[in-house]
Design a protein around this ligand. Structure first.
Ligand SMILES: Nc1ncnc2c1ncn2[C@@H]1O[C@H](COP(=O)(O)OP(=O)(O)OP(=O)(O)O)[C@@H](O)[C@H]1O
Ligand SMILES: [Mg+2]
Length: 592
């Protein structure tokens, strides 16, 4: 990950908004009955809202004109009942819709999370964690309004507009035309604004994502930041990101805020035209006061939804930018997946073969070239070589974190691509350069290696790798809650816990990518003993920095220049006086 990956904008994607919207709305199909109930309630509500002006027209033109007080009261009571029903329907509809959209959000978030877990290293290498977090948390939240409002704003407001236009045309088409003459003007105005607003909202989201990623990285690396007294520098960067985020928001808002005034202007124009034409028609005796007042209500019933829709549209394009970002992740294909005909290998004996393996992370920069070797079950291999030579890479290929570019990696004579990932990895015990501990108790962390391990198994594993002693010295023994990432434990202690975690899983093949970090001598002895226990009776690959581990290996592979330069036991290689001898003299002779 380059340093700038945090601050750089992710690439702008141009996906048709309609496609994204329909894809999002497809999630609602799972709730057909509830949506139908919402739509029925909405239909009745719209009916009541539309009937109101007709009731007023009737009150004026019939009851008031004929001075029929009883009729007027009856009409009034009827109108009140109808409108109480309207309020109840709106409340029920809102509740139901909130429930549905919450459910959909849950499904989307789960889908996103599950998919992210299948994605390979290359995905995580190319994205800062903070940016992934921004999508899983922030972007998903922003979809709630889209989902709710699509059903509760888009559909009813659209229906209302159609119904109002229909009623107005039926009652008096001349008045209707006068009232609606400014629509084309509005369409042109809104269209011009929206096309630009979408891009600006996308930029705003990306700036938010940058800020998120920066804060996440800064918090994770706080110790480094503080030890290098880099707070001022990071604050400056943060201020810059904040500023960019704020400016992007203002930029988007400036444009988006033009929606309202455009609609307001057209609304005013319609009202003016309506009264101009209406009054003339009343004077000519071709229309009544009741009709004009009803039209006055209808005109606001028309423009109000238009205003709501334009606001909704505004919100929609903001939030669809979030949906696009979510679908982009969901659509990222997992690069390492089970092949269709992959088999489960329950009893792996632990034979590992590399057959003419070629590999590179980036095209054109080979890391391994035509590497071949065969390791018998139970054999102990030490991988040595200069930094960046490809030791971790060999391990990554055995565990199939990456696929080879040429040749094949075989376990028990089977290509790893023909074995299901679950059965492959469950038989591998992998300890990487960073022993990641989760927040939870010591026991839970060890149990992570085998979820159904009993307490006895856990304690036996801890004893075997000599972790038991220091665990018992902790406040609550195995039930001590570890802080995030095992803060409060020494490097050696973390390593011992990782050993125990690996040992409970009883792997057939053990992979240990040792960190070069030095640890105190007492723990060092424990760690060495722990490693011995782990390596016993299983195939093992150890990227070793300890002379004792290297010496005790059955064979040592010296990796350099994209290949295995030398292969053999410590004594054979020392006698050969080749690359291993050089490395040994340079690195280990002093500490013998
Ligand atoms: N994810 C990656 N993307 C691109 N290049 C990578 C990636 N991981 C490693 N490399 C490159 O591949 C080469 C081999 O790296 P590898 O991690 O296997 O070295 P190593 O022998 O384990 O080194 P060390 O002793 O420092 O752990 C290096 O040149 C490294 O820069
Ligand atoms: Mg390495």
């Amino acid at each position: 990950m380059s340093v700038n990956a945090v601050k750089e904008d992710e690439q702008l994607t141009q996906v048709a908004q309609r496609v994204t919207l329909f894809r999002l709305l497809r999630y609602l199909l799972g709730y057909k009955k509830q949506i139908a109930a919402v739509l029925v309630m909405m239909g009745i509500s719209i009916g009541i809202i539309l009937a109101n002006p007709l009731l007023i027209e009737r009150a004026i033109d019939v009851y008031i004109a004929k001075k029929d007080a009883h009729g007027l009261v009856r009409l009034g009571i009827f109108a009140v009942c109808l409108n109480v029903l309207l309020i109840l329907l709106i409340k029920a509809r809102m509740y139901l819709m909130a429930k549905i959209s919450n459910q959909v959000l849950l499904v989307i978030r789960q889908e996103l999370y599950t998919h992210i877990q299948t994605l390979g290293f290359s995905f995580f290498n190319s994205r800062p964690t903070g940016k992934i977090l921004a999508r899983v948390i922030g972007d998903v939240n922003s979809l709630k309004d889209v989902l709710t409002n699509c059903v509760t704003t888009l559909i009813p407001e659209f229906l209302t507009i159609c119904a109002v236009v229909g009623i107005m045309l039926a009652k008096d088409w001349r008045l209707a035309l006068a009232a609606l003459l400014s629509i084309p003007l509005m369409i042109v105005g809104v269209w011009t604004v929206q096309s630009r607003a979408h891009i600006r909202w996308q930029i705003y989201r990306k700036k938010g994502s940058n800020m998120n990623a920066f804060v996440h990285e800064d918090l994770s690396g706080m110790r480094v930041v503080q030890s290098f007294c880099a707070q001022e520098q990071t604050q400056k960067t943060f201020r810059q990101l904040l500023k960019e985020h704020g400016e992007a928001f203002v930029n988007a808002c400036r444009l988006a805020d033009a929606f309202g005034p455009i609609v307001d202007f057209c609304w005013g124009l319609s009202t003016l035209l309506l009264y101009f034409v209406g009054v003339n028609r009343i004077l000519d005796g071709r229309s009544s006061i009741g009709v004009l007042i009803a039209f006055g209500s209808y005109i606001s019933m028309f423009w109000h939804p238009v205003l709501n829709l334009s606001n909704f549209y505004n919100q929609l394009i903001t939030n669809l930018a979030g949906a696009e970002r979510i679908f982009e992740i969901i659509d990222t294909p997992a690069d390492i997946v089970n092949q269709e005909n992959a088999v489960s290998l329950p009893g792996i004996s632990g034979e590992v073969t590399f057959s003419h393996v070629d590999f590179s992370y980036e095209d054109g920069i080979p890391v391994l070239k035509d590497v071949s070797f065969q390791v018998k079950p139970g054999e102990r291999i030490a991988l040595v070589g200069p930094t960046g030579a490809g030791k971790t890479t060999i391990i990554n290929l055995i565990a199939r974190f990456f696929d080879v570019k040429g040749g094949g990696v075989l376990i028990d004579g089977r290509d790893v691509r023909e074995i299901t990932l679950e059965s492959l990895r469950s038989r591998l015990g992998i300890m990487t350069q960073e022993n990641f501990l989760f927040s939870g108790t010591v026991k839970e962390n060890i149990r992570y290696g085998k979820l159904d391990a009993s307490d006895e198994e856990i304690i036996a594993a801890a004893k075997a790798v000599h972790a038991h002693e220091f665990i018992m010295e902790m406040e609550k023994g195995y039930d001590t809650v570890l802080k995030e990432r095992g803060a409060g434990l020494s490097v050696g202690q973390k390593q011992l816990l990782a050993f125990a975690r690996t040992l409970v899983s009883k792997p057939a093949i053990l992979i240990l990518d040792e960190a070069t970090s030095s640890i105190d001598t007492r723990t060092e002895l424990l760690v060495q003993a722990g490693i011995e226990t782990l390596l016993k009776d299983r195939t093992s690959f150890v990227v070793a920095h300890r002379l004792s581990t290297i010496r005790s290996a059955d064979r040592i592979f010296v990796i350099d220049d994209c290949k295995i330069k030398e292969m053999g036991s410590h004594f054979e290689l020392m006698e050969k006086k080749g690359a291993y001898y050089q490395l040994y003299m340079a690195q280990f002779s002093q500490i013998q």
